[in-house]
Design a protein around this ligand. Structure first.
Ligand code: ZN
Length: 279
């Protein structure tokens, strides 16, 4: 297993972690100041800063990407809605290519409004990804399905375990893999086995860290800093690296009541410290 303290360059910041106080340009400059060599930016932040400006700025600061957030949200109530989602994914794919991201993260989507058909939603997800792959493969852009904790099945992602994501990847073929976010999968009794399976297939594309707080006050916006919760991050990282993953450790924290309120420079400093000592 890699000694992270000896590899400061493997730390990446998911830009949602400091999004409340800083725009993307300030985040890129902040990362450069703190020696953070990679980011995973969100589309709305990129749109606000301007795609060309962001591409230029990351190059100027020598900062790479660990992923691009995000595509997905495929299910819709009708054909027009599904086509809108696909067109939007195509734009996300083009942006990811422009920014030289290693992969486009997919938060696949939940149930269309009014629907109770989760099996149907999962079919729509698979059809949507199959469609997107037709453009992603020739562009050389990997897609990464991020299974989300089942509490998000209705509104964010109806792919909820790594086994489910692996099965989907098996059916879809080349060009699509998975993102392992410890927040979503730490509880899964099949996690070690399914990470190994993804590793054998060469489809471990991203690794996201934060922590699960006890109690959790908000289902979406109360993620903890690494070390403040119950997730054994080094154990999971060990499995991911044993599976052949050699990419970044991406810190992704949505924390409305705590970390988003703090001075971003302090947040980056703590991210660095916990990366060295906890992850
Ligand atoms: Zn994530």
């Amino acid at each position: 297993m890699r000694d992270l303290a000896a590899h400061p360059e493997l730390l990446s910041l998911n830009t949602a972690t400091v999004r409340e106080r800083w725009g993307l340009e300030a985040i890129i400059e902040g990362c450069a100041r703190h020696g953070i060599r990679a980011i995973s930016p969100w589309r709305d932040q990129v749109a606000k800063a301007g795609l060309a400006n962001v591409a230029k700025s990351i190059r100027a600061h020598g900062i790479g990407l660990s992923g691009y957030c995000r595509g997905g949200m495929f299910p819709a109530a009708d054909d027009a809605g599904r086509q809108r989602a696909r067109d939007d994914n195509l734009r996300a794919l083009e942006e990811a290519v422009t920014l030289a991201a290693p992969c486009l993260i997919l938060v696949v989507g939940g149930l269309p409004p009014g629907s109770k058909d989760i099996a149907g939603a999962r079919r729509q997800v698979e059809e949507g990804i199959a469609w997107l792959l037709e453009a992603a493969r020739p562009a050389g852009m990997k897609l990464a399905i991020e299974p989300l904790h089942p509490m998000y099945a209705a509104d964010r992602a109806c792919v909820n375990t790594l086994a489910q994501a692996n099965d989907m990847c098996d059916r879809l073929g080349a060009g699509v893999g998975v993102a392992v976010d410890v927040y979503h999968v730490w509880w899964d009794p099949a996690l070690e086995r399914e990470i190994a399976r993804a590793g054998r297939a060469g489809r471990l594309h991203a690794f996201h860290v934060c922590d699960w707080l006890v109690p959790t006050a908000d289902l979406l916006l109360d993620r903890g800093m690494m070390g403040d919760g119950v997730i054994d991050i080094p154990r999971i990282r060990g499995w991911v690296e044993a599976g052949g993953f050699a990419g970044h450790v991406e810190v992704e924290i949505f924390s409305a009541a705590n970390w988003w309120k703090r001075e971003p420079d302090e947040v980056l400093r703590v991210c660095r410290e916990r990366y060295d000592t906890v992850c």
